[in-house]
Design a protein around this ligand. Structure first.
Ligand SMILES: Nc1nc2c(ncn2[C@@H]2O[C@H](COP(=O)(O)OP(=O)(O)OP(=O)(O)O)[C@@H](O)[C@H]2O)c(=O)[nH]1
Ligand SMILES: [Mg+2]
Length: 333
């Protein structure tokens, strides 16, 4: 006789339509926010209308980008800032773009643990976004996650990214205040120069100021600043601040500088200009990504045109038009 093990009850979770999550998100429900971010990250078409609705409730938060090469000390600094800002009463949101793939483990977990310690004690919202697997594109879903936190009443919202790569730069330039973090002892050059992000900094921070190499990095940066250019039409002068997340040195000053920059943007009228440039970057970035996606789909049909070009039946330009689904004169049909 055969006996069958009793089947385990299957736990069914019903899918809540994204539109139904919107009121909860706006009311600040943490599970609702987390769910909505997951849907933005996965690029669910079903979530688009809800995200569009959420977008209407954004525009209140101060968005702060913190960028710097891997290992510069960004996550550690963000943890210190969460504590400092939360003790001033701010409801802090953090979106960290992990440089590592979701499959390589280690560092991601480290970041999450450290930051969530700070988040737990301060009731801040911290979320890591993986750099792979974004159907809608990394920049789009990261900034949608920022929108979700903005609509939910978080401010400031800190975005942590390594400042290399088109997507990453796109993300950080969508911030109102950009903090570029340089670490001492990672070579004589200022690493941000290599990454091309030095000139976008509203605030320069030098991490690990408890290290003996820190003053040299600070003066190298100040020297560079004297030569460098900053956004034209601004009378904000980017400060250079050494900070230590270990000793806590000058974290408060950095926090104040971030706040001062926000006041400056609002009082000088520069905020409107920056908002426009953020929106421009977001539209263009999204359009570029969508175009690339469509192109990649079409590129699958390339094979059939190759032989026609080899045979001299059509020339490469006409083949390219056909590949794109345009007419022979290159008009979009
Ligand atoms: N001495 C000292 N070490 C620090 C300080 N801040 C961070 N570190 C150390 O620097 C290393 C990198 O710090 P993270 O905060 O993970 O750097 P990150 O920029 O977030 O790195 P990625 O996320 O990998 O790009 C860790 O071993 C930290 O403990 C500091 O203020 N002083
Ligand atoms: Mg980090």
């Amino acid at each position: 006789m055969t006996t069958f093990a009793p089947s385990r009850p299957v736990k069914r979770t019903t899918y809540i339509p994204s539109m139904e999550l919107v009121p909860g998100v706006i009311a600040g429900s943490v599970p609702g926010i987390a769910r909505m971010i997951t849907r933005a990250e996965a690029g669910y078409p079903e979530a688009s209308a809800a995200l569009a609705e959420i977008y209407k409730h954004t525009g209140k938060a101060h968005i702060v980008g913190i960028t710097g090469v891997p290992g510069a000390g960004k996550s550690t600094l963000v943890s210190s800032l969460i504590r400092a800002l939360a003790s001033d009463g701010y409801k802090v949101g953090v979106i960290a773009v992990d440089p590592s793939s979701p499959f390589s483990g280690g560092a991601i977990l480290g970041d999450r643990v450290r930051m969530s310690d700070a988040a737990e004690s301060c009731r801040a919202f911290v979320r890591s976004m993986a750099t792979r697997g974004h159907l809608g594109g990394l920049a789009r879903s990261t900034l949608q996650a920022v929108d979700i936190l903005d609509a939910a009443g978080y401010s400031p919202i800190i975005i942590e990214t390594v400042g290399v790569g088109q997507d990453e730069v796109e993300v950080v330039t969508a911030a109102h205040t950009i903090v570029v973090l340089s670490a001492p002892g990672l070579g004589d050059d200022i690493q941000a120069i290599k990454a091309g992000i030095l000139e976008i900094a509203d605030i320069h921070a030098v991490s690990k100021s408890d290290k003996p190499e820190a003053p040299a990095t600070v003066s190298a940066l100040k020297g560079m600043m004297a030569l460098g250019t900053y956004r034209t039409g601004s009378n904000w002068s980017p400060p250079v601040l050494p900070v230590s997340s270990v000793s806590g040195e000058r974290i408060g000053e950095l926090k104040d500088a971030i706040g001062r920059h926000w006041v400056h943007l609002r009082e000088s009228g520069e905020l409107a200009t920056r908002q426009r440039s953020i929106c421009r970057t977001r539209i263009l970035g999204t359009a570029r990504h969508l175009f690339q996606q469509k192109f990649d789909e079409k590129a699958g049909g390339l094979e059939k045109y190759i032989q026609a070009v080899v045979n001299r039946d059509i020339d490469p330009l006409v083949a390219a038009h056909m590949l794109l689904g345009w007419d022979h004169e290159g008009r979009i049909t």
